[in-house]
Design a protein around this ligand. Sequence first.
Ligand SMILES: [Zn+2]
Length: 268
Amino acid sequence: MLIDSHCHLDAEAFDHDREEVVNRARQAGVGAMLLPAYSCEHFVRLESVCQRYSMVDLTLWPAWGIHPCYVKQHNEDDLQRLEAWVSRSDCVAVGEIGLDRFLPESREPEVWRKQQHFFRYQLDLANRVGKPVVIHARHSYAELMSALRHCQVSAGGIIHAYNGPVNVAYTLVDAGFLLGLGGVLTQDSASRLAALVTRLPLSAMVLETDAPDMLPQALWRQGLRRHEPAWIVEVQARVAALRGISRGDVATATSANVQRCLGKLWLD
Ligand SMILES: [Zn+2]
C-alpha cells in the first residue's frame, strides 16, 4: 500500500472530477492520504472532502493549519480558532505551516515577520495538543532551523517537498522529522536531492504528490498540468531506482514511516 503524505484533494482543481481522481488513486494502490489545510476559509471544505471520500480501502486524514503563503489574510483570531480544529480527534497533524521566502511578496518585512510569528505560534500549538507538524519551507532552511531550535516539536513531523542542503537533512532526521519526496525528485536537474535519497536511511523518507501541484517531469512533458495522487507511483519508481530496491519495498517502508509519525498503525 502507498500513502500520499501530502496532497490537496480538497482544492478547486478537483471539483469537477474528484470521484474519478480518488478511484484512480485506489487503483494505483494508494490506501491513505494526508490532506493539509492552507487557509481558514477552506477548513470546512477540507473536513467534508475527508468525510465524503474516506472508504473501506482509502483513509483520508485531515491536518489543519495556516500556510505561510496565506498568513497575510489571517489574523490573531484565526490562530485562536485553529486550536479547536487541531484538538479534534480526527486531526492527525498541525499543517501546512512554515516559512516561504520564494515569492517577493512573502519577503516584505511585515509579511515575513508575520510568517515567523504564525509559524512559531503553530509549532507551540502542536506541542500543546501533542501532534506532529507538516512543514512547508521554501528558500528558508536557515530560518526553519532557527525556529525549530527555538521551539522543539515533541511529536516530530514531515518536512514537505524537502529540497535543502544535505547537512540540514541529517539534522532534521536526527530531530525526528521525515522528509517528503515528490515531483522535484523526478526532474533531471534534481541531482543533489537524488544523491541525498541514495544516502539517507529509508526510515527517514515519505512519498507525496502535493497534488494538484508539483507534477512529475515525465507527465509534464506529456502535456499534463494537474497532478493527482495516483501518480505518486512516479516518485515511488524513482526512489526504487535510485536505491536499487523494489517498488514494493519503497511502498512498505514509506507507508510505515507515515503511520509511525501520525500514530496511525494498521494491523496488516
Ligand atoms: Zn501543500
